[in-house]
Design a protein around this ligand. Structure first.
Ligand code: HEC
Length: 491
């Protein structure tokens, strides 16, 4: 009945009918015959899953509370593993990845989630006494060199911020940190980025908070890179006027528990020669123990002669003003809209909510065509960005309305809310609220947009409707009209 439980909480007026349809799909746990024919064992069935989707955190010296690399380490956790992998796309699920699999686009980069069949296998194994099986069936142990500790692979450049100490009883702090030179002597384009906090928290200690937040003190860093003091006429001028720091390259916000960014082959971002890491908005939050910490920013570069095809787009999608969340109530909705002024390829979806946040959906409205692109659960302990696979990244024409729907749970059933008797409004602290989609997007010219749609049609032969591409179902423009388009653009 797992499938039912997953969606029941969200059945309410105004939600797409697709969710209702999902109720009819039975949960596929494998046939009884298959179970008797080959019992599920740790060595043969479970170890490969744990190596792939858990060990990057659950290993000796990993971020998680216990390693899951050997049978001796795993056995005591068998029931907890069954429980935590079977939660569905909600707070508490392991691995922390909350994409709802019964609605929206399903192809993502670096998706660590387990398939329904794998989840069922783990449950069967735990229920059957968690047998080890034949050690000869074990896959070779995974090794974790320093390099493989980075999800982006060995970074080409690592820049470290200065160490700072947060006292165990310190109040929240927001402010500027000293800038750090990147040391880069030539312009390079960045295809992937990862920010990690290194600190002296004793992860074996049992005092202090046991959440992810208890292991870190940097709660966010809003940052950019720029050549300090340079008057750079080539600077990335931003026609939208939305960029606070013209001349700077803005990077995704670092947040506690957040995963790495992959910008895709055509959309790498510029890291200038002689630039520095600059941040005037770091949020430090005490974890209850005196903690000394710094961030390491890992950059993975494109080849030297690389030039990006698409320009980074600035789409403001959120509402920071009218947040109004009632006390003691689950399932409250917030809505925000924006009209796209460019043709946009959506590279990622990144719900940014705070403690009461439980779920967010992203919709594209084009005329009377409304598509739900993604719905994902949310746990403020685990901020996730979801990078769409290139062949599934939404292609939205200018004029499309993007709509986000936030689902807020300000009740005692949400463990992240300290006191649900409080009304909640907007604010910086985690107990106040935000409602934003921080996803990465690029702008496409009309010609590039046609080219991307042609590629998408070719990848989906015979499909009438391609989710995320509302104009793909129309035939490609004739050569004559595309020439007209180009002439119009040049005017
Ligand atoms: C991105 C890092 C990460 C990944 C990947 C991950 N975990 Fe975890 N896991 C954690 C952290 C951190 C905690 C403790 C905080 C929490 O519960 O959120 C945790 C908690 C747990 C717990 C509860 C431990 C307790 O004390 O009760 C279990 C069980 C667990 N993970 C199993 C798994 C399994 C199984 C997988 C893979 C299918 C997995 N985790 C993948 C980081 C991770």
């Amino acid at each position: 009945m797992l499938g039912l439980n997953r969606v029941r909480g969200y059945l309410q007026p105004g939600l797409p009918g697709v969710l209702l349809a999902a109720l009819a799909i039975p949960f596929s746990g494998g046939s009884a015959a298959a179970q008797t024919a080959s019992p599920v064992t740790y060595a043969k069935d479970i170890a490969p899953i744990l190596q792939r989707s858990c060990e990057n955190c659950h290993r000796v010296d990993g971020v998680a509370p216990m390693p899951l690399s050997t049978y001796e380490q795993v056995r005591p956790w068998a029931r907890a593993i069954k429980q935590r992998t079977g939660i569905g796309p909600h707070a508490g699920v392991m691995p922390p990845w909350y994409v709802e699999k019964n609605i929206g686009i399903q192809q993502f980069q670096n998706d660590p989630s387990l398939s329904d069949a794998e989840i069922a296998k783990i449950a069967r194994w735990a229920d059957n006494g968690a047998p080890q099986g034949n050690p000869a069936d074990m896959p070779p142990a995974r090794t974790w060199e320093d390099a493989s500790k980075w999800a982006i692979g060995t970074p080409d450049l690592i820049v470290k911020t200065q160490s700072l100490t947060v006292k165990g009883n310190a109040p929240d702090w927001w402010g500027e940190i000293p800038s750090v030179p990147t040391g880069l002597t030539e312009d390079r384009y960045v295809v992937a980025l990862e920010v990690k906090e290194f600190n002296d928290v004793d992860t074996k200690a049992t005092d202090g908070r046991q959440t992810v937040g208890g292991r870190f003190v940097f709660h966010h860093m809003i940052w950019n890179t720029r050549v300090i003091g340079a008057n750079d006429p080539q600077a990335d001028a931003d026609p939208s006027g939305l960029v606070l720091n013209p001349g700077a390259t803005n990077w995704p916000v670092h947040e506690v528990g957040r995963n790495a960014d992959f910008f895709g082959p055509d959309s790498a971002r510029l890291l200038r020669a002689n630039s520095s890491i600059v941040s005037d908005s770091v949020h430090l939050h005490s974890n209850g123990r005196d903690t000394t910490a710094h961030l390491e920013i890992g950059f993975k570069f494109a080849p030297k002669d690389y030039k990006p095809k698409f320009r980074t787009a600035f789409v403001a999608l959120g509402n920071g003003v009218d947040i109004d969340i009632d006390p003691n109530e689950e399932n409250q909705q917030l809505h925000a809209y924006t009209v796209l002024t460019d043709n946009i390829k959506v590279l990622s979806f990144e719900p940014h909510l705070h403690a009461p946040g439980q779920r967010m959906c992203l919709e594209a409205i084009w005329g009377y065509n409304i598509q739900t692109l993604s719905c994902v659960g949310y746990d403020h302990n685990w901020v996730r960005g979801y990078d769409y696979a290139d062949e599934a990244a939404p292609l939205l024409p200018k004029g499309t309305i993007l709509h986000i729907i936030g689902y807020m749970n300000n009740s005692s059933s949400n463990k992240n809310v300290p006191d649900p008797r409080n009304w909640q409004g907007s604010g910086n602290r985690s107990v106040a609220n935000m409602f934003i989609d921080l996803g990465n997007r690029v702008a496409l010219t009309d010609a590039q947009f046609q080219e991307e749609m042609a590629k998408r049609r070719a990848q989906n032969p015979g499909k009438d409707v391609i989710l995320g591409c509302p104009l793909c179902s129309l035939s490609a423009p004739s050569p004559r009209s595309s020439t007209q388009n180009q002439q119009q653009q040049q005017q």
